[in-house]
Design a protein around this ligand. Structure first.
Ligand SMILES: *[C@@H]1O[C@H](CO)[C@@H](O)[C@H](O)[C@H]1NC(C)=O
Length: 215
């Protein structure tokens, strides 16, 4: 299928999954917490030194106020629509945006960073936020949330939230063959270290963050 034809069908798939999520949850979740790349970054990259930004026209021309927000979109991004569908915020704020605080992040936050990937080597290419660092920010967020809402309420938000992860395409785009630096840093097929070690590490990291541990 050509790319042009694929784009709308991917969009429809997203919409269907949103409707499904809203139905199974009865439309009630306390927050949406997002990790990933440009598909779900709402402006974090504006606050780190990288060229991977979308803080100029025509980005954001259909967004509220017609200003570029750091979203790689003319308007809202998928996660904003999901948030809206759950009657949470109309748009999910970026964790590094100083104009928002924990009171905003309590119902939705994104740690995503455009141009990042599962692999450290991918995020290194444009000096963006690696996935492990997004998890560090998330740990930090948990602490702030507990200070803001109290342990019991915060744990309810953390365990009841919808978690969305959209990442991986940049690992292909900036891949083993395309970029020599990645090639050099990639262990050969024979070594025991897996190139895909990072998602496993991240997954373990997430599991260790299970709210019960903090009670
Ligand atoms: C990615 O980088 C971090 C920080 O330097 C490091 O702790 C982690 O082990 C790296 N992950 C992999 C899979 O190499």
């Amino acid at each position: 299928m050509e790319l042009k034809q694929m784009a709308p069908s991917i969009h429809i798939l997203w919409l269907l999954s949103i409707q499904f999520l809203v139905l199974v949850n009865g439309g009630k979740i306390p927050a949406i917490i997002v990790f990933g790349d440009s598909s779900v970054d709402s402006g974090n990259n504006n606050y780190i030194p990288t060229v991977a930004r979308s803080n100029f026209q025509p980005y954001g021309r259909d967004f509220n106020g017609g200003r570029p927000t750091g979203r790689f979109s003319n308007g809202k991004i998928t996660t904003d629509f999901i948030s809206d569908a759950f009657s949470l915020k109309p748009a999910i704020p970026a964790y590094l945006d100083p104009s928002y605080s924990i009171s905003d992040f309590a119902t939705g936050v994104t740690f995503a960073s455009a141009a990042t990937g599962y692999d450290n080597a991918t995020s290194n290419v444009l000096s963006v936020i690696p996935l492990w660092k997004q998890l560090e920010y998330y740990k930090n967020y948990q602490k702030k949330l507990r200070a803001y809402l109290g342990d019991r309420k915060a744990n309810g938000v953390i365990s009841g939230a919808l978690y969305l992860i959209s990442v991986g395409t940049n690992d292909f785009l900036e891949n083993y063959y395309a970029i020599q630096a990645v090639h050099r840093n990639t262990p050969s097929k024979n070594t025991k270290t897996s190139w895909l070690g990072s998602p496993q590490v991240s997954q373990r990291n997430c599991m260790n963050l299970e709210p019960g541990r903090y009670r």
